[in-house]
Design a protein around this ligand. Structure first.
Ligand SMILES: Nc1ncnc2c1ncn2[C@@H]1O[C@H](COP(=O)(O)OP(=O)(O)OP(=O)(O)O)[C@@H](O)[C@H]1O
Ligand SMILES: [Mg+2]
Length: 346
């Protein structure tokens, strides 16, 4: 283990709602090579449950996946799911780090919903406040102790050593957003139960939010509006997506209300962001996550907001042999969080 850069051998572990994903990189320097990756499904709502039995099931999926993929280290950088993490940006007077820590501690109750003693709160100064240059803008993240301790214990029981916990949004931003992009970029990770939204500038997240709408809600809309079975609805929705001229627009009409609900939430975030940073112009939206593969969804988002929408590439900061390009790009929308965790400097 190096003294300066911490643990150098570790892998990224994303325990998501519908799957567990792992990514291990090798080599050193700014661009590391892909060593191994893989995923295993988690069925039903097991991953969202707080019951001990369900959590055991999830941990067994992790254990088997680590073995199957042949991960060669015990050290893991692990995600904190967005629905468990509270993140906000608060302005503070400029002061030395020790004083800032105290100021945050004293005022925490007014901007963090979790009780201080029962949660772990981290912060980072991200720049001057856009409202008042005499103040600093501080990014705060808070997660309940129970959740972290429980996850730590469970991962230990299968022989893993957690070197870091990191919110999904931070890992996403690292993997997907070009670090040198000066103008703000939005990432949407459209998953099964939720859509994670991050707006970052110069690689630093300035706004993060979890919107409780994902592919499940969209499929549910098709089930109820067309009175069809879940499996059938899934098939239609994944095949035709937002194609208006498919099946005489039946799928489009069935799901558009739910999709527009999500668009409305994204719009609120864009408005909030431009209110706080009036001079910053959102440059593009980058989409990832299982449901970003919904046909014509990216185009719909682009037209709705008049912005460029790109398909995110989870492997953009990773090197790999050219003959694996197709295989990797086919699954790229699943791996942003795991890749971002693996790309941490430790
Ligand atoms: N071709 C497709 N088109 C649209 N949606 C799809 C397609 N294939 C899979 N999905 C949906 O993507 C969802 C999984 O997305 P993803 O893998 O991003 O979720 P997750 O990472 O497990 O969730 P989270 O990050 O919220 O914990 C599945 O529930 C499925 O409904
Ligand atoms: Mg995910």
């Amino acid at each position: 283990m190096s003294i300066l850069s911490g643990v150098s051998d570790f892998f990224g572990l994303d325990i998501g709602t519908t799957a567990v994903r792992v990514v291990q990189l090798k080599g050193s320097g700014p661009v590391k090579a892909l060593d191994r990756y893989g995923e295993s499904e988690i069925t039903g709502t097991t991953a969202l449950s707080d019951s001990k039995a369900d959590q055991q099931k999830v941990i067994q999926v992790v254990r088997e996946l680590v073995k199957k993929v042949g991960i060669s280290t015990k050290n893991a950088a692990v995600n904190l799911p967005s629905h468990r993490v509270f993140t906000t940006v608060v302005d503070f007077d400029k002061m030395p780090p020790g004083d800032l820590a105290k100021a945050i501690r004293y005022q925490a109750d007014s901007f963090i919903p979790n009780p201080w003693a029962q949660s772990k709160t981290d912060w980072a100064v991200i720049g001057d406040s856009p409202k008042d240059a005499t103040k600093s803008e501080v990014l705060l993240s808070s997660v309940p102790n129970d959740f972290v301790e429980n996850r730590l214990d469970m991962l230990e029981t299968i022989g893993l050593n957690v070197i870091a916990f990191e919110p999904d949004s931070m890992a996403l931003a690292r993997a997907i957003i070009p670090a040198d992009a000066v103008s703000p970029q939005m990432v949407l990770d459209i998953g099964s139960h939720a859509t994670d939204l991050v707006i970052a500038m110069k690689g630093i997240p300035h706004l993060t939010r979890a919107i409780p709408t994902g592919s499940n809600a969209i499929v549910r809309a098709a089930v109820s509006s067309l009175s069809i079975e879940q499996a059938q609805a899934e098939q239609f929705v994944f095949k035709f997506g937002l194609g208006k001229d498919k099946l005489e627009g039946q799928i489009y009409n069935a799901i558009i209300g739910t999709v527009d609900g999500l668009m409305g939430e994204i719009e609120k975030s864009i408005k909030f962001f431009s209110g706080r940073y009036p001079t910053a112009q959102l440059e593009r939206i980058i989409v990832t996550g299982g449901a970003s593969a919904l046909p014509e969804f990216p185009l719909y988002i682009a037209n709705r907001f008049g912005l460029n929408v790109e398909i995110g590439n989870a492997w953009r900061n990773v090197s790999y042999p050219a003959d694996r390009q197709n295989e990797l790009l086919a699954v790229s929308n699943h791996y942003a969080v795991a890749a971002g965790l693996a790309e941490r400097s430790a």
